[in-house]
Every structure is written in C-alpha cells, then in structure tokens.
Design a binder for this molecule. Structure first.
Ligand SMILES: *Cc1c(COP(=O)(O)O)cnc(C)c1O
Length: 417
C-alpha cells in the first residue's frame, strides 16, 4: 500500500499552465476596478486618465522588447494574440500567397488556426492555405536552414514558437529570423513575415524583437504572475494585418472592444518584473530542475527526459519525464492526493489516452510517449517542495507499475491510433 503523508502539503509544480498573480501586480491592478474605471475612449477626465494609463503600459512593454508603444496591441490573452497574428497576416496578404510555414509542436492556439486556414472558405471556391510543418529533431528543435529551404514565393508567414510549453525546448528564433532577412534581401521582398509565440519564454528569455528579427510576437499575462485573459501582440511598423474582432475600433482598429485597463496595467507590471528578474530566477529554477532530475534518475528506474538536456536549449523551469509502464493520468491523480500538482504530457482530453501531439512529433515510440509528466517550477518552489515530491513519487510509481497490465503480462504495449 502507498504511504500516506501525516500532513498533506500543497506543492504547485504547474507554472507552465498558469501562475498565481503576484501581490505586487495585484496591488497596481486593484484601483482600476473600483476607482479608475473610466472607458479609455471617453473624453472626460476619468476616460482620459484611463487612456493615459494604457499609453504608459504600452510604453513599459515596448521599452522591454526594443519596440515603440504603437507596436503593442493589447488582446484577450495568448490564444487571441496567436489567432490575430495568423488570421491577421493570412487575410491581409492572401493576394500575395497562401503558404505558411510552422512546426508540429506549436500550441493549439497556433495549430488550430493553421488547420482552419487549410479549409477552403467563402466566397465559394476560394482556395485554402497550404501549411508546411518543418520536422523537429528528437528533442523538438527545428533547424533554421530547413525553415529557409521551405520558403516559397507564395509564403506569407512563418510562425514558430520561442519556447515549447510541454518539453521546454527553446527554438533558435534569432537564427531563423536572420535566414528570413537573407531571403527577403536576395529576393527583394518584404515576405515572408515572421511570428513567434513567446508565452512560455516571457519569464525567462530575452524578448528583444530586434535581436530576434520577428515581425509579430505573442505574450500573455497568465504565465508570468500576471492576470489571465490579457496579452499583447507586438506588430512591427509597416506590417499590415486584418483584425479578427470588429467593433468600436480600439487598438488602432486592430482589436475592438473596451480595453481591459486593469488587466493591461497588471500585464505591464508582470512583464516588467519578469524581465527584470529573469536572469536570476532562471538560474535559481534551473538549479532546482537539475536537482529534481538527479533525484528522479537516482531513485526511479525506466525513465526518460523528454526534450533537450537541462541547459541553455531548454526553459529553465521545465522538466518533462516519461515513466515507462505507467499511465500519466493515474500518476497525476495519485500525486494530487498528496497535494502535488503537475500536468501530464499525454492526453489533453479525458476521452483519449493518446500521447500529446508534441511528444508524438519527437518520434518517440508509444511506450515512451505515453506515461509522461511535466513539472514546471516557479517563484514559490523550493528544494523542500521537491523533497516532498520525491518522498512519495518513487513509491507511487512502483505500485502503479505493479498494477500495470503490461507488467501483469495481460497486455502488450499499445500502438498509436
Ligand atoms: C498558455 C499558452 C498559450 C495560450 O495563452 P492563453 O493566455 O491561455 O490564451 C499560447 N501559447 C503558449 C506557448 C502557451 O503556453
């Protein structure tokens, strides 16, 4: 039987899913709910003040990514920014061409719009887009030369994430950006445009758009100790996009709807703090991730680290581990009994136990892609949290393995559907 803890601790190891709102961020947001509630479009003082606040938030964010305030479009989060970037470019430039390049390990907020663009739409008979997914290597890394090779005269957009949410791989965005610049120069064109989803990167990496050579960049608040449901899209000067939400014409007509002033103030503050502390915090959480991995390696047999080795090529707070012959979901639920929160790298939906599209794209055999867990560390985590986890994890896995139909000899390893 499994040992029961005398006292269940709460250990949150799922910061890649979302973070709490830091007190510092919450404090600056609070007055905007009850006191400074004006509509930024209103002409009287309360409205003008709200508009001024928006401008200041824009300035803070722009300053941190080497842009101008006018390049920042506030949105309702990472999903919306990704959608605006992809549909926005596709719809504004479909006369030029209908080809987009991406990779298969993107977040669904990128993949689903891309798949949607493949379908023929209205007016009747209109051709759908063609999407080229560049193969990533066994660690999830894309080769910039292969991206460059895939560019065609009708390629209007390349969208590649900065850092992956499941396996933490950091993609070579600056190098890809340089390849795209080279292509444009040789062919004397402004195409293709380059978008990166930087939601997972914002807390740990440099987001200077000039160094990265990106034309569009997605960031949200909910992964950086800011509020959920708010984000921004960076849009380089001179790059035209079409809006996906129509209405009152806010955000230079690119994102209608009364601005989420409190959320935007919180996003700016959270982003400022994240970027200010990122080097120190990266170092701290990476040491913890290293420690956890060493403990897992020492105490649990038949495991595999998914994604790149711990180091520069991996988000410092991410650890994704396969435990062979264990159901990720079962493991997750057992850990929950002990107050430990993390996520599975396998199924996203309860009805399917298929491994995630990310692990599958790495080409892992089914049994390796199946029972995986993602631990994502954050500001509150200490070594004591990891020791608490390691007090129970080896035993839970041992028990689950003993119950596994594969080990009871009643079932062979499943295959991909
Ligand atoms: C969380 C996340 C998103 C979605 O952001 P929301 O703010 O939840 O809409 C998109 N891309 C990546 C890489 C993410 O981690």
């Amino acid at each position: 039987m499994l040992p029961k803890p005398k006292k269940v601790q709460e250990v949150y190891l799922d910061h890649a899913a979302t973070t709490y709102v830091s007190l510092e961020v919450f404090k600056v947001m609070k007055p905007y709910f009850t006191e400074h509630y004006g509509n930024p479009s209103s002409l009287y003082r309360l409205g003008r003040q709200a508009n001024q606040t928006l401008l200041e938030s824009r300035k803070i964010i722009a300053g941190l990514i080497h842009a101008q305030p006018g390049n920042i479009i506030f949105t309702g989060g990472g999903t919306e920014s990704d959608n605006l970037a992809i549909y926005g470019i596709a719809r504004a430039h479909e006369q030029k061409g209908k080809h987009i390049i991406s990779i298969g390990i993107e977040h669904h907020a990128v993949l689903h719009p891309l798949e949607d663009l493949k379908k023929a739409g209205l007016p009747a008979g209109r051709q759908g887009f063609e999407i080229t997914y560049i193969k990533v290597d066994k660690n999830g890394l894309v080769n910039p030369a292969e991206v460059a090779k895939a560019i065609r005269p009708d390629t209007v957009l390349i969208t590649i994430m900065y850092a992956n949410n499941e396996i933490g791989v950091v993609e070579p965005i600056a190098e890809i950006g340089r390849e795209i610049l080279k292509y444009r120069k040789i062919h004397n064109t402004t195409y293709p445009y380059f978008h990166t989803d930087a939601c997972q990167a914002a807390g740990y990496l440099d987001l200077d758009v000039e160094k990265l050579h990106v034309d569009l960049m997605t960031v949200n608040g909910s992964k950086i100790y800011g509020p959920k449901g708010v984000g921004f899209l960076y849009l380089r000067n001179g790059v035209k996009i079409k809006p996906i939400i129509l209405g009152g014409g806010q955000e230079r007509n690119l994102r209608s709807g009364t601005e989420n002033v409190a959320g935007i103030v919180g996003l700016a503050k959270a982003f400022e703090l994240a970027q200010k502390n990122r080097v120190k915090e990266s170092d701290r959480v990476q040491k913890l991730a290293q420690y956890l991995w060493q403990q897992i390696e020492a105490k649990i047999p038949k495991i595999k680290l998914n994604g790149p080795e711990i180091g520069e090529g991996r988000l410092p707070n991410n650890l994704n581990v396969t435990f062979m012959d264990v159901e990720g979901e079962a493991l997750l639920l057992y850990l929950d009994e002990y107050g430990i929160m993390c996520s599975t790298g396998s199924a996203c939906t309860s009805e399917s136990l298929e491994p995630s599209h990310v692990l599958r794209a790495l080409g892992l055999p089914y049994e390796y892609a199946h029972g995986s867990l993602r631990f994502s560390l954050g500001k509150v985590n200490t070594k004591a949290d990891l020791d608490y986890l390691m007090k129970y994890l080896p035993e839970i896995i041992k028990v689950l393995r003993e119950m596994s139909p594969v080990n009871l000899g009643t079932k062979k390893h499943a295959q991909y559907k």
